[in-house]
Design a protein around this ligand. Structure first.
Ligand SMILES: Nc1ncnc2c1ncn2[C@@H]1O[C@H](COP(=O)(O)OP(=O)(O)OP(=O)(O)O)[C@@H](O)[C@H]1O
Ligand SMILES: [Mg+2]
Length: 248
């Protein structure tokens, strides 16, 4: 990357639950505008890390800064797509998407415009007036994705967001994510179990160990975009990353 300004800096982050040490003195940074993927074995603390980052969990020690200041989800323009569905049951699809925009005090015109764009993008136009309880799992996840995209965050945190979607929709939303990222220069921190997805999306991949969790290695991903999963170079990198995590 030509521009190496640091967006997120994680220093000596340690987090345990009782006497279970989960994150063991983890340090890394995310560069401004970077697309960083984190992969790690199940239960190693990926969700715990994002929950620590967004202050849902207290950490034992260490520091997390955004743009050089202690992270503050109220102040920094970030969006967090949780691993579990997190729609608001009492609001219709459209209202779920508008919610964050209202909190951020966008004008009614801007709210309408942004909502229309993302609702089309995720293919839920016909379901604007449905309640979450009337939707399937993948539709719920699309509502959550649309809500995050709508606020055009400058830091987007995604915890295995596409795991529940069928393949066609997954590919489509991966491409939409890349488009948004290229257009808005969003910094993205994307957690996934799927190596192919990490190689398809990222500029860099951080691989975590089992608990107590440290960084095992990192891989720079300079494959040109747009990427194709069938390209020789793509397949080579995917296999290289796959070999690295065989020890899981
Ligand atoms: N609130 C909590 N209280 C106690 N233990 C917790 C809590 N949240 C997570 N843990 C434990 O911390 C460890 C890390 O959990 P976490 O959910 O962060 O893993 P993960 O890497 O996101 O896993 P997965 O890939 O399955 O989503 C696990 O051993 C889990 O049991
Ligand atoms: Mg998780």
């Amino acid at each position: 990357m030509e521009d190496k300004k640091i967006k997120v800096e994680v220093r000596n982050l340690t987090k345990s639950f009782g006497n279970l040490l989960v994150l063991d003195n983890v340090s890394f940074e995310v560069f401004d505008g970077e697309f960083l993927c984190i992969v790690g074995p199940t239960g190693c603390g990926k969700t715990t890390f994002l929950n620590s980052l967004t202050k849902l969990y207290d950490i034992d020690s260490g520091s997390i800064t955004v743009d050089g200041e202690e992270i503050n989800p109220r102040k920094h323009n970030l969006a967090y797509i949780f691993q579990e569905y997190s729609t608001m049951e009492w609001l219709k699809v459209q209202e779920n998407i508008e919610y964050g925009l209202k909190i951020k005090k966008f004008s009614p015109e801007a709210i309408k415009q942004r909502t229309d764009i993302v609702i089309q993008m995720v293919g839920l136009d016909k379901y604007r007036n449905y309640y979450p309880s009337q939707l399937s799992a993948s539709m719920l996840q699309r509502v959550v994705i649309a809500r995050a995209f709508a606020i055009q965050p400058d830091l987007l945190l995604m915890d295995e967001p596409y795991g529940q979607l069928d393949l066609t929709l997954k590919y489509k939303l991966e491409d939409e994510l890349i488009k948004m990222w290229e257009r808005q220069r969003t910094t993205v921190l994307f957690i996934t179990h799927n190596i192919e997805e990490a190689v398809y999306l990222s500029d860099r991949i951080i691989v975590l160990t089992n608990k107590p969790t440290k960084i095992k290695t990192e891989i720079i991903n300079n494959l040109p975009r747009p990427r194709k999963v069938s390209d020789l170079e793509f397949v080579k990198l995917r296999n290289q990353v796959t070999d690295l995590i065989k020890w899981w």
